[in-house]
Design a protein around this ligand. Structure first.
Ligand SMILES: CC(C)(COP(=O)(O)OP(=O)(O)OC[C@H]1O[C@@H](n2cnc3c(N)ncnc32)[C@H](O)[C@@H]1OP(=O)(O)O)[C@@H](O)C(=O)NCCC(=O)NCCS
Length: 166
């Protein structure tokens, strides 16, 4: 049994759908992870949209999420718009549990193909997506603006959900 599976069964983290009441905490986590933060209103707006699928990682009996993943579905395709874990809980395998759960939920909702963009050089994110079956399918140079004014390429990744997710 992998450590992440053991942790999951032991119960320190649970994965549950997110709701608009979580918006403020999601904005905090997002701000800790990205240079162009989404504020709480932005999260509320996105979570209220019918084509959004959003899952959160919660510690034990915690009522506020410590990580999230948010996708937008159109027909039988989904795009992962954002994934982040709070800095204090990174590197524990929770993002893998969150992504695996989310992909199963998307598959149950009828999604067949999932796409996402990741900044070139973001090794933790790239490793996470590769482990969960995503493959590089394209590169968009200059896609992301960095705080220092330079730009970074995005790697487009995708996977089919026709076989069992994660
Ligand atoms: C990307 C992110 C969600 C991963 O969360 P996490 O809980 O730390 O991830 P996990 O512990 O499940 O580890 C995921 C993988 O990254 C690897 N990893 C973790 N830290 C790493 C590092 N500093 N360098 C290289 N690989 C690393 C792990 O070994 C693991 O790989 P494996 O599955 O092959 O063993 C988290 O780092 C984060 O919130 N980053 C900031 C936001 C971000 O970049 N989001 C993605 C945008 S596309």
């Amino acid at each position: 049994m992998r450590l992440s599976e053991w942790l999951h069964r032991a119960g320190p983290v649970r994965i549950e759908p997110l709701a608009t009441r979580h918006a403020a905490r999601l904005a905090e986590i997002h701000a800790s992870a990205f240079t162009q933060p989404w504020d709480a209103l932005e999260f509320e707006r996105r979570l209220a949209q019918r084509n959004t699928v959003a899952d959160g990682a919660f510690l034990r009996r915690g009522t506020e999420p410590v990580g999230f993943i948010l996708s937008r579905c159109v027909a039988d395709e989904a795009e992962v718009l954002s994934v982040a874990m709070a800095p204090a809980v990174r590197g524990r395998g929770y993002a893998g549990l969150l992504l695996g759960h989310h992909l199963r939920r998307l598959a149950q909702a009828g999604v067949r193909d999932v796409f996402l963009e990741v900044e070139e050089g973001n090794r933790p994110a790239h490793a996470l997506y590769r482990r969960y079956g995503f493959r590089d399918i394209g590169r968009r140079s200059g896609y992301y603006a960095r705080p220092d004014g330079t730009r970074a390429a995005a790697i487009t990744m995708g996977r089919s959900l026709e076989r069992k997710p994660g």
